[in-house]
Design a protein. Structure first.
Length: 223
């Protein structure tokens, strides 16, 4: 599980203590994922709680997610949206792994949100393009991008079209363990993350901010 950069175990424990308790199914999902080889791909409990607050702040009713893994972030957002909007809340989930998302489905079903999550196993660009072709432009409130870093720009452009004015898109891992701040680091993922950060910062279509939450969280609010 990823945690915010630079936090000691004591501070991480304190955050867990003062944040609202996780939904029991969220806790089980996190605990199971922690035992997996790729556990570092999962967001932290405090980031999940923060995303729920963002969803509540904007009264998110429709959301999309690119990069599902074992389903923790989608479950966190879905629970918040269901609490606000009941069965009318919808979440479009995009991933290419049947293996990981089969775990996610089990937890979504256990939490009673499986009926509001539309999981698409296909390249996310194709899924998002289909939704745009179906005239869903401007109908989503919230987006979360946590997938291949070299694809972030493509997801940004399509996600921005899907969002309504005032909608929020969040990008995970934008600090990339600190690699983005090291000029000697030039591997493709790092270069792509730096390019996205500068593009979003200078993009007149959005209000943007980057925060050191988790491994770095970039916010883009559509104007």
């Amino acid at each position: 599980m990823s945690t915010s950069l630079g936090l000691t175990p004591d501070v991480i424990g304190y955050l867990a203590d003062v944040n609202p308790p996780e939904h029991p199914v969220l806790a089980r999902c996190r605990e199971e994922t922690l035992r997996m080889p790729l556990a570092a791909m999962q967001i932290s409990a405090e980031q999940g709680a923060f995303m729920q607050i963002v969803a509540r702040m904007i009264r998110a009713k429709r959301a999309f997610e690119v990069g599902v893994f074992t389903g923790y972030s989608a479950l966190a957002v879905a629970l918040a949206m269901k609490d606000m909007h009941g069965a009318e809340a919808k979440l479009l989930a995009c991933d290419i792994s049947e293996e990981w998302t089969s775990i996610a489905r089990n937890y979504w079903r256990e939490a009673g949100v499986d009926g509001m999550i539309d999981l698409n196993i296909a390249p996310a660009v194709e899924t998002l393009d289909r939704r745009l072709a179906a005239r869903e432009e401007g109908t989503y409130d919230l987006g979360f991008i946590d997938a291949d870093k070299t694809g972030y720009d493509s997801y940004y452009e399509r996600g921005l079209k899907l969002l309504r004015p005032g909608g929020v898109m969040l990008f995970d891992n934008v600090l990339w363990g600190g690699a983005v701040a090291d000029p000697k680091q030039s591997e493709p993922d790092t270069v792509a993350l730096r390019a996205l950060a500068k593009k979003v910062r200078d993009d007149a279509r959005v209000h943007a901010a980057m925060a050191a939450i988790g491994d770095g969280l970039l916010f883009a609010v559509k104007k």
